[in-house]
Design a protein around this ligand. Structure first.
Ligand code: XMP
Length: 325
């Protein structure tokens, strides 16, 4: 890959440097795109959100954002994309709720790599279908960042749009391709994106799908989503948000016995995972204060339907991976 960050490029670590980067990119985008339309798969993650905000600043509603909800997003995520981009920034936003389509395809599939493949290829299909409905689109914007170029062949595999059908024949717009993650965040902040979008923890492309271990069922998926929301809420209250590298909940595909109102229950178990890492190749366990854990456990067992047990995973990486599958 010949693409290299220019040696003269300063590290963007101040609001002033971010502002001049934004100004340069807005001019460059206008010059590249002119009065044509640009398509963007907007996941709500940091990179695609910053690209969306930059393009909206440059070309407004010539940018067509497609937000595909695969049903495996965290609680409140699609709503936040609609609020921030659709309402506050008045973006040309197409929201596709493809939950049923994804969950139907995933029904009965327990192999983790098969699950990932289905989610990836279904994403491309849904996005390509939306792209074909749009007339006269020449450009595709992507949230490629510099580590993606350094680590792969420049195609951001987890964004899944690298595999779009050839006949769509787009020219790429990649305004943050020479930025490191911390620089993308500084730029996002200056573009007015909310902190919980700019500083969010890493979230895998297949989303909650890899945290609903084994074959995904709707009830277990809801237990993952609801328990994850409680965990994030309580971490924020305890001041752990932004301090712990990655934290989430997992629901394995087996039940265990409990007791409620004098009767035996046969319900799911939630596992909490909270790790610290630099680059995800290794990870250590966050020593969450016991009262915080206790509050989270009590909330999960009383608020999340179909759950009667909560465990805290103390396994570092290696030997355990961060995700369960
Ligand atoms: P593991 O589980 O391999 O995870 O220790 C390392 C980091 O990668 C994230 N992860 C993924 N990200 N697509 C992604 O975009 C995936 O399929 C995927 N699997 C794991 C994981 O959340 C962690 O940050």
């Amino acid at each position: 890959m010949s693409e290299k960050r220019p040696e003269t490029m300063k590290r963007i670590n101040t609001p002033e440097l971010a502002d001049s980067f934004i100004e340069e990119q807005v001019a460059a985008i206008k010059a590249q795109v002119k009065d044509e339309k640009v398509l963007l798969a907007l996941s709500g993650g940091v990179d695609s959100s910053v690209v969306a905000a930059l393009l909206i600043k440059a070309i407004g509603r010539q940018l067509v954002c497609v937000h595909v909800n695969h049903g495996l997003l965290r609680k409140g995520e699609p709503e936040q994309v609609i609020e921030v981009f659709g309402k506050q920034m008045n973006a040309n936003l197409i929201y596709v709720d493809a939950t049923d389509r994804f969950l139907d395809k995933l029904a009965g599939v327990s192999d983790p790599e098969k699950k990932r493949k289905i989610i990836g290829s279904e994403f491309i299909d849904v996005f390509a279908e939306e792209a074909k409905k749009q007339e006269g689109i020449r450009f595709l914007a992507q949230g490629t960042i510099y580590p993606d170029i350094l680590e792969s062949d420049g195609v951001k595999a987890h964004h899944n749009v690298g595999g779009l059908p050839e006949e769509l024949n787009f020219e790429l717009v990649e305004p943050v391709k020479f930025l490191y993650k911390d620089e993308v965040r500084v730029v996002g902040k200056r573009l007015g994106l909310p902190d919980n979008m700019v500083y969010r923890q890493p979230f895998p492309g297949p989303g909650l799908g890899v945290r609903c271990v084994g074959a995904i069922t709707r009830d277990r998926l809801e237990a993952v989503r609801e328990s994850d929301a409680i965990l994030r809420e309580e971490f924020a209250i305890a001041g752990l948000e932004g301090k712990v590298w990655q934290y989430f909940t997992v629901v394995p595909p087996f039940t265990s016995t409990g007791i409620k109102n004098g009767k035996r229950t046969d319900d799911w178990m939630v596992i909490i995972r909270a790790v610290n890492s630099i680059d995800a190749t290794s990870a250590t366990i966050e020593e969450v204060p016991y009262p915080v854990l206790n509050k989270i456990v009590n909330r999960i067992i009383s608020e999340v339907k179909g759950v009667n047990r909560v465990a805290y995973d103390l396994s570092p990486k290696p030997i355990a991976t961060i995700e369960f599958e």
